[in-house]
Design a protein around this ligand. Sequence first.
Ligand SMILES: *[C@@H]1O[C@H](CO)[C@@H](O)[C@H](O)[C@H]1NC(C)=O
Ligand SMILES: *[C@@H]1O[C@H](CO)[C@@H](O)[C@H](O)[C@H]1NC(C)=O
Ligand SMILES: *[C@@H]1O[C@H](CO)[C@@H](O)[C@H](O)[C@H]1NC(C)=O
Ligand SMILES: *[C@@H]1O[C@H](CO)[C@@H](O)[C@H](O)[C@H]1NC(C)=O
Ligand SMILES: *[C@@H]1O[C@H](CO)[C@@H](O)[C@H](O)[C@H]1NC(C)=O
Ligand SMILES: *[C@@H]1O[C@H](CO)[C@@H](O)[C@H](O)[C@H]1NC(C)=O
Length: 603
Amino acid sequence: MHFPAQPWTLWSMALLATPTTAFISPLRARQADDGATAFDWTSITPTPDLQYHSCYGTFQCARLRVPLDWSKEPTTSHSNSNSSFSSSSPGPYAAIAIVTLPATVPVTDPSYAGPILINPGGPGGSGAQTALSLGAVMQGLIDVPGVRHYDVLGFDPRGVALTTPSGSCYENQFDRAVDAMALRGMPTVLSEQGLNMKFGANQAAGKLCDENVFKYLSTASVARDMLEIVDQSHELVTKTAGSNATRKACGGGESGGKPRLQYIGFSYGTVLGNTFASMFPGRVGRMLLDGVADAEDYMAGTWQKNIGDADASVDVFYRTCFDAGAGCPLRQSSDTSFEDIRARVAALQASLRAASVATVYNNRIYTMTSHLLSEKIRTSLYEPIPKYEPLAIALAEALVGNFSSILADDIVMGFDLRSSVCTEPPASDPPQEYNFGNEISRGIICGDSQASAGKRDLAWAAAVVARTTNQSSSVGEAWSNIPLACADWSIAPAYAYAGPFGSKAPDNSSNTPAAPLLITSTKTDHATPLANAYALSRMHGGSAVAVVDAVGHCALLATASTCMYGIVQEYFHTGKLPVNGTVCEPDCVPQIPFKACPGLPGV
Ligand SMILES: *[C@@H]1O[C@H](CO)[C@@H](O)[C@H](O)[C@H]1NC(C)=O
Ligand SMILES: *[C@@H]1O[C@H](CO)[C@@H](O)[C@H](O)[C@H]1NC(C)=O
Ligand SMILES: *[C@@H]1O[C@H](CO)[C@@H](O)[C@H](O)[C@H]1NC(C)=O
Ligand SMILES: *[C@@H]1O[C@H](CO)[C@@H](O)[C@H](O)[C@H]1NC(C)=O
Ligand SMILES: *[C@@H]1O[C@H](CO)[C@@H](O)[C@H](O)[C@H]1NC(C)=O
Ligand SMILES: *[C@@H]1O[C@H](CO)[C@@H](O)[C@H](O)[C@H]1NC(C)=O
């Protein structure tokens, strides 16, 4: 039994009528480069202490056993915690899948600097996969050679990928695929019929999910799991190297004898980090939050703080195309400004809203809808450098009635249903393939907001669509899919934290972070606007925002920036922050035709 190193990419889970994972960072699209190796996860028995097993070449894998329901544990007060739940916890348990790229020095080395935990966003993104694909790149950016060497520790949050129990709502991939295909091609949610159908489908899809799993997937539970990972990592290092090693390896010092977290969270991972820092401020060593989602807006289920900069972001694409002249297939010689290009695409969108178009692609029938067009644009904006040229080609073809580039895009269309059905591996625990990303994403988003969202009925759905399409004419329709997934959601989490969010400035006590938070963003981000980064900074004393003057999602992922890399390395090493509001130049800008960006991982 194998878990191949490249079994899935999270991008590929974007089933259309189910939620498209909201704040996911683009690194999910990037692949591990050790494709040859595989690992049998069923060979690991989950343990309450961290027991690593060699896997995927140079990586270490573990399954950490934690209580499924943290609300039942006596020592989980939302404060400076006492994290030991003790092995006497009666169960039931979750088993958190962990993939760690060990530091390039042994733990006994004076330069060993402990683990940095990572979350790639989503919710629903796999940290294990991220460690495989980006661990070495991250070490390259953050290690200070000879001085500080980190482990990069990726974990799959509750319900996700290799963590068990799995947040899957279907028994098999065939059923999932049949439903997904039935949902494809629904009329636009801007029509009454389309909204009714989408609402009903989401309502029904939510009922497929097992409450006995889905009530334990909250962001607060994952934050609490992270504390456990930190404690167990510390135990393991102490066992291996003695207490001198652990002192250095606890992210800026211990907190009343307890180790502290070092963390990088992208996108939704900023909500997770914010939650951790608010629940356990004294256990923060270093925390870098990149591409900021507004935690209050997210927890309230209001979805008002996401796409405020989306139209500005699309305009950068149109300007890039216009400036490229004949190099951009979407530009026509009669165009006098980027707005002419924008108007042509807007007219196509309006026409698809009025009437979708049946078309044949790859010997199958598809319905080309305004939703698909909006989704093609939305998903391309995450990574402008590699995606602008293909977007320009796809839109140029679509304008002459050829939709094949859009229909061929797995990110837009969802994973290749035919091949995923035909190659489905036998059931195992943990599962060998991660194809339930939409289900888990829905569960986390809708559960986290359950307490405050109010009644999510058809009138609510209509308001969601009105709001998102009003916020962005180009991607609002696609974005509305995410909140709409919570239609009539009824499962409330057992262990929740909905605020207050924030932490005090460090004062050297065990109740405050060892260093203030470092918050980063691009200037123009269509999913997590820069304003969210400043709002987050206001909540966390002493924190600072650093901005890359670029377009795309997440400062460290949208473009290479030597300036930003220096800030991040310095922060992890010393805890020192740049001046709040520092703006870094990017090393590259997106171009049409595509031009590579040396130093940008995966591009
Ligand atoms: C942690 O738990 C132990 C045992 O239950 C208790 O004695 C101790 O006071 C707790 N510490 C904190 C900081 O809550
Ligand atoms: C740990 O550090 C102390 C103080 O620096 C030193 O005296 C001791 O020898 C060290 N122990 C080990 C095992 O290195
Ligand atoms: C449509 O676009 C695809 C992809 O670029 C191309 O291969 C195909 O030939 C086009 N179809 C027509 C009818 O022009
Ligand atoms: C649409 O946006 C405008 C300007 O931001 C705002 O005044 C109006 O209330 C919004 N309408 C809806 C339905 O959200
Ligand atoms: C914390 O301790 C360090 C080192 O002793 C000192 O430089 C710094 O001023 C202290 N910070 C506060 C807020 O007390
Ligand atoms: C950082 O700057 C922003 C914008 O000026 C401000 O709102 C925020 O309060 C500042 N952060 C801190 C910790 O002072």
